[in-house]
Write a protein that binds this ligand. Structure first.
Ligand SMILES: C[S@@+](CC[C@H](N)C(=O)[O-])C[C@H]1O[C@@H](n2cnc3c(N)ncnc32)[C@H](O)[C@@H]1O
Length: 328
């Protein structure tokens, strides 16, 4: 597959440009206000992203991480549907457009894209940033409220990233049902917390109930083998830290790891991984320990040793979230 790299670089440059001219102190204050708002009760009756300062803070501070998480989920999804390319994309609760950027970073080409959100300032900024991405030049940025009245136009792919958390339980269900009615494929990404995982599992169950098959991360469409409350399935995406991040969070690390949970499901039959690495591999002398979620619906630890030759070398290179064994 020809994976485009430009969108990630263009996004970084466009987001850095947003902060030009904004005094660093003001940018840091906007981020702190945003973090405080997100700590408050959600769902809310009105958008949290209320004005340009809010959305600039969101875009500069959170969008690089949500972009990388969605991109990582889409990479695993794309590997499970190698001959499929979305002909159209709707990003629900798309905000400043992280999901739509991630789709263009996964599949080459230009397709009809619609970004829906109830926060007009987020859509306006999304449109502005998207000028840096030729594949999003004709994207439509439309105001839309997620709720029981939501209907979506038919499309190949619906993405919903970091949105379920902001919705009431009935609105979450309405959104997943609307996505299942409209799309050939649905990808949902949430924070990689126990609650985020629980929301992903509810959505996964609804999608299976609507006749969908799980393409990633799970190797099967049966029930998740994790006993509720004992653990949560999540993954990690590396994100370069901007100067704003360092300013707000302190420290000098050049990157941070965004934890996320996700599910990608299709109406058509995908080719999911034989098994998936669900924890960071542990590399010991002469052996690698891999925690796998397997096609027979079990979680299992496997030890790959030097005696396994090529497989051992592959295990040493393997990452949390990868399919196992690797495709040649
Ligand atoms: C955390 S942001 C995620 C934005 C983007 N999807 C991303 O991954 O960066 C949540 C988005 O959901 C939108 N949202 C929350 N509740 C909504 C609702 N009821 N109707 C429409 N949009 C909503 C917010 O305005 C915001 O843009």
């Amino acid at each position: 597959m020809n994976v485009p790299v430009l969108p990630a670089e263009n996004l970084r440059a466009a987001l850095a440009g947003l902060l030009d001219g904004l005094p660093p102190k003001q940018a840091a204050q906007a981020v702190e206000r945003l973090i405080a708002n997100y700590r408050g009760a959600t769902p809310t009756d009105a958008p949290i992203l209320r004005d340009r300062a809010d959305v600039v803070a969101y875009a500069a501070y959170r969008m690089p991480a949500t972009f990388e998480a969605v991109r990582s989920a889409l990479a695993a999804f794309a590997a499970a549907v190698p001959d499929w390319v979305p002909g159209g994309h709707v990003d629900v609760g798309g905000g400043t457009g992280a999901g739509s950027w991630a789709v263009t970073a996964t599949w080459d080409g230009v397709r009809p894209v619609t970004v829906l959100d109830w926060a007009e300032p987020a859509l306006a900024l999304g449109r502005e940033i998207a000028a840096a991405n030729p594949a999003l030049r004709d994207a439509r940025w439309q105001r839309s409220r997620i709720g029981s009245a939501l209907t979506l136009d038919d499309t190949d792919l619906v993405t919903v990233s970091y949105v379920l958390n902001e919705l009431s339980e009935p609105d979450r269900a309405a959104l997943v049902d609307a996505a299942a009615r409209a799309a050939g494929a649905v990808v949902i990404v949430e924070a990689g917390t126990p609650d985020g995982y629980a929301r992903v599992i509810d959505a996964r169950d609804r999608l299976i109930g609507a006749g969908f098959h799980i393409a990633a991360p799970c190797p099967h469409s049966a029930a998740c083998p994790i006993v509720p409350g004992t653990d949560w399935c999540h993954f990690s995406a590396r994100v370069s830290r901007s100067s704003l991040h360092r300013q707000v969070k302190g420290g000098s690390l050049a990157y941070e790891d965004e934890k996320f949970s996700y599910v990608a499901a299709t109406r058509f039959r995908p080719a999911p991984a034989a098994s998936r690495i669900v924890r960071k591999p542990q590399i010991r002398k002469g052996q690698v320990l891999l925690d796998l979620c397997e096609a027979d619906e079990l979680l299992r630890r496997t030890t790959v040793t030097k005696r396994h030759g090529d497989l051992y070398r592959a295990a040493r290179d393997a990452d949390w979230g990868d399919a196992w064994p690797p495709a040649d």
